[in-house]
Design a protein around this ligand. Structure first.
Ligand SMILES: Cc1ncc(COP(=O)(O)O)c(C=O)c1O
Length: 441
């Protein structure tokens, strides 16, 4: 397990090389080039990830642990994918659990953790989180567990840390927190929150789904007990991945069928996994690692010597590139009359946000009917953008607690614009021009 991690100094990405790897990016819509700003809902996939998925189905399609070649190949492929995810998260391969998606894995864990909880126990969730890190814990109310809520600062959609800290006490058994908000892009101080949870003897459960394409995750440095992500958010197949500290994966009792081994991590993997998707995971981690190896200026040999070191360099370059795009987008959006950005807009706070923007057109009397009359609801905007080739999202994207808290749930939520590293300056500029045309700015 890596402990010291030094990243390459200011490094940049080769966008021509990157974009050529993603077949989907060449599409057009109504003769407009497709612009994928829907990364927060799932990113596109490079050819090198598509190939092992189809090759697996063509050649090695089998169940595990059989005494014949395709089954052995399947076992080897699963072991490789586990090792790749262990490098991605900085943990041991036996601490990597595969599952259908983050939501299912979190329900599985909440059921197992909840087995030992009752009326004298509390769990802390946040208003900023995707509901997949809220409802699985709310389900434990049926066991008498009290669910408490950490509030936000409404003006910039950051977590109110003082409020969060005040709601942790010796009854708290678990703190569930997102690494970054999939709606407004806020990055939470997860390390501090883990420390607060541990000081009270509580577990820390981190949802890293939104953060994973944007920043390096280091579960060893965070010291979190669990962390979940989904590979379809970082250029891979539709799979969920859970990191659990070895001691917890061994100690907790899964609901499982009897023939399934009791060894970790497999005791947490129920039924036959989606092997063909898992076959794309190593390539997806290697795609990112290669970005690090090719980053400019070139990382030193030691910086790219291992896959983990190459990933450190990759996320340094991704961070630098994405932040340039984000600053341009926020500056441009700020010029559009009547457009409100939710979340951090002060450049001094940009290190605490991802390039994920939630916006609305705010009329004088900002109600749904006014926006409907002018065709400026989030859905209407997303539809008009979609016809011009820009793929954005509207609604709450399951960050329901936030849209309710900000009172935009009944009026269509937000329009979400999500950048990842395959987006370009030209795309940002064209989006800004098209938005200005649509809203008349
Ligand atoms: C922050 C966040 N958490 C959790 C999820 C749920 O992930 P999955 O679809 O893998 O269950 C999403 C999906 O959009 C998300 O953005």
């Amino acid at each position: 397990m890596a402990t010291t991690e030094t990243a390459a100094p200011a490094a940049a990405l080769d966008l021509t090389h990157i974009r050529a790897q993603f077949p989907a990016l060449a599409q057009t819509v109504n003769n407009h080039p497709a612009v994928f700003l829907d990364g927060p809902g799932g990113t596109q996939v490079p050819q090198r990830v598509i190939d092992p998925i189809s090759n697996y189905l063509r050649r090695d399609n089998a169940n595990t642990c059989g005494a014949y070649s395709t089954s052995r190949n399947t076992d080897a492929m699963l072991a490789e994918a586990r090792a790749a995810m262990a490098d991605f998260l900085n943990c041991g391969p036996d601490e990597i659990v595969f599952g259908p998606n983050m939501t299912t894995l979190t329900y599985m864990m909440s059921r197992a953790i909840g087995r030992d909880l009752g009326p004298s126990d509390e769990i802390l969730v946040t208003r900023l989180d995707h509901d997949a890190n809220v409802s699985p814990w709310l389900a434990l109310e049926e066991k008498g567990v009290t669910i408490r809520w950490a509030e936000i600062h409404e003006e910039n959609c950051t977590l109110d840390l003082a409020d969060l800290a005040s709601k942790i006490n010796d009854r708290t058994k678990l703190v569930a927190v997102g690494y970054a908000s999939n709606a407004v892009g806020t990055i939470n101080p997860v390390k501090t929150i883990v420390r607060l949870a541990h000081a009270a003897g509580a577990l820390a459960y981190v949802d890293a789904v939104h953060y994973s394409p944007h920043g390096l995750i280091d579960v060893a440095a965070l010291d979190c007990d669990f962390l979940v992500c989904s590979t379809y958010k970082f250029f891979g197949p539709h799979m969920g991945v859970l990191f659990g500290k070895r001691e917890h994966l061994q100690r907790l009792r899964p609901y499982k069928v009897r023939p399934l081994t009791d060894a970790i991590p497999n005791r947490w993997e129920w039924g036959t996994l989606n092997h063909e998707c898992i076959a794309g995971i190593t390539a997806c981690v290697d795609y990112l690692a290669d970005l690090g190896r090719r980053a400019r200026p070139c990382p030193s040999q030691s910086q790219a010597a291992t896959r983990r070191a190459a990933l450190v360099s990759a996320f340094e370059a991704i961070h630098q590139y994405e932040h340039g795009l984000m600053e341009r987008l926020i500056a441009g959006l700020s010029q559009i009359p009547g457009l409100k950005i939710y979340g951090i807009t002060d450049p001094a706070g940009f290190e605490e946000r991802c390039p994920t923007l939630a916006v609305r057109i705010v009329n004088q009397n900002a109600d749904q009917s006014a926006n409907q009359t002018t065709g400026q609801t989030p859905l209407a905007l997303a539809t008009q953008l979609g016809e011009r080739g820009f793929f954005t999202w509207d609604g709450n994207y399951y960050a329901l607690n936030l849209t309710e808290r900000l009172d935009v749930e009944k009026s269509g939520g937000f329009l979400r614009i999500g950048l990842v590293h395959y987006n370009t300056v030209e795309e940002v500029d064209r989006l800004l021009g098209t938005l200005r045309q649509i809203v008349g700015g």
